[in-house]
Design a protein around this ligand. Structure first.
Ligand SMILES: Nc1ncnc2c1ncn2[C@@H]1O[C@H](COP(=O)(O)OP(=O)(O)OP(=O)(O)O)[C@@H](O)[C@H]1O
Ligand SMILES: [Zn+2]
Length: 465
């Protein structure tokens, strides 16, 4: 390792040495074998080395030329990757010239950004409209406690530039939408999708196909992650694989499903790796392939995807999409819809947190059923609530249990309240149980906004998750 490093530090002297001694020419040629194809070197040996090498400088980017573009600091900083046989000075130069846009400064975007900066990608752009929250810090590892409340895109570029001040960092504090996506994306060579919603996936895919940019797509939920590269090297685009979006209610986000921080960390690093490979001219291992990572099993699987489709409405033979569309309408959900708010029940079947608080203070007999999963109930719960997870609310054993609780209530107007995290499943539970408990002459109601509204409106010391 040291040998190569030392030789590269001496590069500026090579030209002079070349004119003086043939032995030095041989030494230079040995070094050249690392960067110049053998056929080119053979041709060089038939004529005067100095002229041949000068000619090759223009076309082949000899190390002499390449190294003159890397500063002494660059050589020292990147020395461990400069000596990589398939990467070398040429790869480093390409990285330095490359620009990568990371859309989403969250669990995937943070690790991707920091590894790209460490590797020496010339320009890194970061897009995010959101600000740092405390619940981000377990996985969005470039944001800091003192940065809670600051724009995520700014927080990332501060971390990136303190690691590598030679990287040009650009913060785009915007929600990427149809009206601004092309303007931002067109400024970069490679795009990383580190977002968390379907509308953004289609938007990025369409913009990348229209602007002919490779798209490195990642996702992570619970213990599992996925990675693929779209619109690269003749491979499919996102629409080739998913011509239409999934129903919004079938999509789970990290805020509802949970995620272990290392999982997006792993996928974000792999996104950075693919970006580095593409930028350095090494290609990608995931065009038309999907990586499935299972953190619980500790397994990686790579499967082959459907190839690029001739019938694809975007990248096929007769495309019908020639400009960006309204993705919120297309997907039935906006990129900022973190949580759904359902209105399933009439007002008379709903209670506000304040009304419930009053009822408790009046010691009015009632039953409070918490329909969150036990993992969430273990985080926090209201006193005297019973837990019947929503997934089991129609289970005959659970229904029987609820009937027994109700029968033990000793007032005439038997009141049963349902609570969940945000007030959606509690409404669904009322709807499902009303017919099953009709014979008990009982009033079923839900608590609007759930535990979260309680924490925000009634008891601010109550945890929010
Ligand atoms: N169209 C978009 N334009 C800009 N930023 C986006 C867009 N879509 C998603 N994002 C950003 O992508 C990031 C994705 O991060 P991540 O999946 O880790 O979840 P989160 O939204 O920060 O957290 P949580 O889901 O826990 O609330 C978010 O910071 C979000 O603001
Ligand atoms: Zn396609």
């Amino acid at each position: 390792m040291m040998g190569l490093q030392e030789e590269e530090f001496q590069m500026p002297n090579f030209k002079q040495l070349l004119e003086e001694k043939d032995s030095e020419i041989m030494r230079l040629k040995t070094l050249l074998t690392k960067y110049v194809p053998k056929s080119e070197l053979d041709q060089m040996s038939n004529s005067h080395p100095s002229t041949k090498i000068a000619a090759s400088t223009a076309t082949l980017e000899s190390p002499e030329n390449l190294c003159s573009q890397l500063s002494k600091e660059d050589v020292a900083r990147y020395s461990r990757q400069l000596i990589l046989p398939d990467f070398g000075v040429g790869g480093q130069q390409k990285l330095k010239k490359a620009s990568v846009l990371i859309v989403g400064a969250g669990g995937l975007g943070c690790p991707a950004a920091i590894y790209l900066a460490a590797a020496g990608v010339g320009t890194i752009g970061v897009v995010d409209y959101d600000s740092v929250e405390l619940s981000n810090l377990h996985r969005q590892i470039l944001h800091k406690e003192h940065g809670v409340g600051t724009p995520k895109s700014l927080s990332i570029i501060l971390a990136v530039s303190s690691l590598n001040s030679s990287v040009k960092c650009v913060s785009h504090h915007v929600l990427l939408k149809s009206n601004n996506a092309e303007e931002v994306i067109s400024q970069y060579d490679i795009i990383i999708d580190a977002t968390d919603n379907v509308a953004s996936r289609y938007l990025l895919n369409d913009a990348c196909v229209l602007l002919k940019k490779p798209l490195i797509s990642g996702s992570a939920l619970r213990f599992e992650g996925q990675l693929t590269v779209y619109n690269f090297d003749g491979g499919p685009c996102y629409r080739c694989i998913h011509p239409s979006p999934p129903p919004p209610e079938t999509v789970t986000n990290c805020s509802d499903g949970g995620v272990l921080g290392v999982v997006p960390g792993t996928i974000g690093c792999l996104q950075a790796l693919e970006a580095i490979k593409i930028a350095a001219g090494l290609g990608s291992s995931f065009s038309g392939k999907l990586l499935l990572f299972d953190g619980k099993e500790g397994s990686f699987r790579k499967i082959t995807l459907r190839s690029k489709q001739k019938t694809c409405s975007l990248c096929g033979d007769n495309p019908v999409i020639s400009k960006l569309i309204d993705y919120e309408q297309f997907c039935g959900a906006s990129p900022t819809d973190k949580t759904e708010t359902l209105h399933l029940l009439d007002d008379c079947s709903r209670l506000t947190c304040q009304e419930y608080k009053q009822l408790k203070e009046d010691s009015s007999p009632h039953l409070l059923i918490d329909v969150r999963p036990p993992e969430e109930v273990a985080i926090c719960r209201l006193p005297n609530s019973v837990n019947v997870p929503f997934s089991k609310v129609e289970d005959p054993i659970e229904v029987e249990k609820i009937r027994n609780y109700i029968q033990k209530l000793d007032n005439k107007n038997k009141q049963v309240f349902f609570i969940c995290r945000r007030g959606n499943n509690s409404q669904r539970a009322v709807q499902l149980l009303e017919p099953k408990l009709a014979d008990l002459n009982v009033i079923l109601r839900d608590i609007r906004g759930g535990i979260q509204a309680w924490a925000e409106e009634v008891d601010t010391a109550f945890p929010i998750y």
